[in-house]
Ligand binder design. Structure first.
Ligand code: M6R
Length: 615
């Protein structure tokens, strides 16, 4: 996690770094810092807190320098405080460094440096790294780039770094392994950032550094990219950015999360665009079509993912098994990689990840690749690490998701997974032409239905949130396709409201969780018509007999559940298979409004970060 930004050019670096850090704050927001390079040396400011706190702390800095680097932190080594904040200086004061990632062998390097008389002020692995670079620079009389390269060759872990040297003040050296890094190339100016958002208004030309590469960026020269291992030159692959500035701004909404919830009719439509061709009776997906023997002959599909993406994977299990009758297993990526899983060449492993950078998911994929499985990625971020190591994949086209709580990425993932399941079912003959037509017609209606839900929920969900916001616990129940929705609803509530919430398959309640029920326990029940409705009615009766409050999500025209529930949110009916896309919307809104009413930081919940690039 953590975000890094750098600038070298003819503009003042300070505002570019500050604005860039604000855009990267989703990556971590417990402390922030920056350094500006001047003829007289470094000017450094850093603080515990957010980028706005850093602005205050920087009030005395000379803002005119044209070179600088900055950092927004999600603490790994050492608590968030001023000293542990980045940038970190080397002992001789010559080098300064920002880092996103973890240096796993930092203890042994620290010991080596301490034995040589180095002194450490922070608890971070980053301060160890900058001094390690100093060691090589001094002992072997190396240039900045060479010293960085030699040091990185000794390092185990993950990193994206940017380093400045006050004796070579017109140079920035960057490198990456496992954490993303983009270089924006302007007219005799260069930008460095964890993603392209900090420089989108300045240039559309960007180079995404590959894992194991480093670059020396010098004014007036071409960016020099080399492999860290062998110092071999790497040709510059300049890509044109598709991102636009509106996509990364709040656009009049109070929070990114709300904007992203309201974007869903569009993001789902964009995910289907060019793929779902209902009139022609086809689903076009090159990533599947070009490798169809792999999918159609697969003995098994394994889905690996974390958090919300894992919940999308659980829905995919139901869809793929229903439509294509291919066995599916869904695993937390973090468990999969450490439990010696059986992976065969005949397996297809699908990784679902909004960011495409989640360390556990990436590692699970690498393991599957080593074992010879065909690996497929479903990502939202173009050019992400997962997108680059997979054999094939499909982007979700949800657009940048900035709120830490995943919303539009989830429904876009469900959409693309529905397309994949339908396509497989069509091509392996498990779905008849009539079923395929019926289902694709229904899927095409989903964006309009989502729009309808957003309109119907106005003034309804915020009132329900007001009623239940002070409860300390909540239970979410669903069955079948909406069991994963219950898990997702609970995750949304806990991550932004800090209210303890658990999701269960409704029928499991009587095997334990029912003991928790009393008048202080709200139970959110997904009771859509096609989802084992009668069974859910019985579950609601059991809940009511224990005096717990029921908030039910029901379909239009529902009478039975509506009469029993304390509060009701009405959504339109759709095919059961696609209903998780619809039920997600009120669940997202409910947690959003509860968090707002509790005055929580919706977009930057405590202890979290958007892309989890540490294990
Ligand atoms: O980028 P990814 O989809 O791989 O991220 C996985 C999880 O970290 C993510 O879904 C997380 O659970 C979200 N904060 C949930 O809202």
């Amino acid at each position: 996690m953590c975000g890094i930004v750098g600038y070298i050019g003819h503009r003042e670096a300070y505002p570019i770094i500050i604005n860039g850090l604000k855009r990267l704050e989703y990556r971590g927001y417990d402390s922030a810092g920056l350094v500006l390079s001047t003829e007289q040396g470094f000017q450094l400011a850093k603080t515990r807190g957010k980028v706005v706190d850093l602005e205050e702390k920087s009030s005395d800095l000379d803002k005119t320098p044209n070179i600088g680097i900055g950092h927004t932190r999600w603490a790994t080594h050492g608590v968030p405080n001023d000293v542990n904040s980045h940038p970190h200086l080397s002992n001789n004061g010559r080098l300064v460094l920002v880092h996103n990632g973890i240096i796993e062998n930092y203890e042994s390097i620290k010991k080596l440096l301490t034995d040589k008389g180095y002194v450490f002020h922070s608890d971070t692995d980053t301060e160890v790294l900058v001094n390690f670079i100093q060691l090589f620079q001094e002992e072997q009389n190396l240039s900045l780039a060479e010293a960085v390269r030699v040091a990185l060759n000794e390092v185990i872990g993950a990193y994206a770094i940017a380093v400045l040297d006050n004796q070579d003040p017109e140079t920035v050296v960057v490198g990456r392994l496992g954490s993303p890094l983009a270089i924006g190339i302007g007219d005799n100016e260069f930008f460095v950032a964890s993603d392209a958002s900090p420089f989108i208004e300045f240039t559309k030309d960007a180079v995404y550094l590959e894992d194991g590469d480093m670059a020396t960026i010098r004014l007036g020269e071409k960016v020099d990219v080399r492999t860290i291992q062998n110092n071999e030159p790497v040709s510059l692959d300049i890509q044109e950015l598709q991102l636009n500035i509106e996509a990364i701004e709040k656009g009049g909404f109070e929070h990114f999360m709300l904007k992203e919830i309201y974007e869903q009719p569009r993001s789902i439509r964009d995910t289907m665009r060019g793929r779902l061709l209902v009139d022609e009776g086809i689903i076009k997906m090159a990533g599947i079509w070009d490798h169809q023997e792999k999918f159609l002959n697969a003995k098994r599909i394994i889905i690996v993912a974390c958090g919300t993406s894992y919940h999308a994977g659980l829905v995919a299990e139901y869809m793929i098994e229903d439509f294509a009758r291919i066995p599916v297993e869904v695993e937390y990526a973090s468990e999969f990689r450490y439990r010696n899983p059986i992976i065969k060449k005949s397996d297809v492993v699908i990784a679902i990840s909004q960011s495409g950078e989640t360390a556990d998911t990436l590692a699970a994929l690498k393991l599957a690749k080593e074992k010879g499985a065909f690996i497929f990625g479903i990502n939202n971020v173009v050019g992400s690490s997962i997108a680059r190591i997979t054999d094939a994949g499909a982007y979700t086209h949800a657009g940048p998701e900035i709120g830490v709580a995943s919303t539009k990425a989830f429904t876009a993932q469900l959409t693309i997974l529905a397309l994949i399941a339908l396509k497989l079912g069509k091509h392996n003959g498990q779905l008849s032409a009539a079923q395929f037509n019926l289902l694709t017609n229904e899927l095409e209606r989903i964006p309009d239905l989502v729009q309808q839900i957003l309109e119907n929920c106005e003034g309804v969900v915020d009132k329900i949130a007001e009623k239940y916001k002070d409860n300390s616990n909540a239970i979410y129940l669903g069955r079948g396709y909406n069991y994963p929705s219950a898990l997702e609803g609970a995750l949304k509530l806990k991550e932004i409201s800090y209210i303890h919430a658990e999701g269960y398959p409704a029928a499991e309640m009587k095997h334990g969780p029912i003991a928790l029920l009393d008048e202080n326990m709200p139970v959110i029940v997904i009771a859509t018509k096609k989802g084992y409705y009668e069974k859910v009615v019985s579950n609601i009766q059991e809940i009511k007999s224990r005096s717990a409050k029921v908030i039910a999500i029901v379909n239009e025209g529902d009478e039975q559940v509506s009469a029993m529930a304390d509060d009701v949110i009405v959504i339109p009916e759709t095919a059961e298979e696609f209903s998780p896309i619809l039920t997600a919307i009120p669940l997202q809104l409910l947690s959003y409004w509860i968090a707002v009413k509790l005055d929580k930081n919706v977009d930057q919940p405590r202890n979290l970060a958007k892309s989890v690039t540490v294990e």
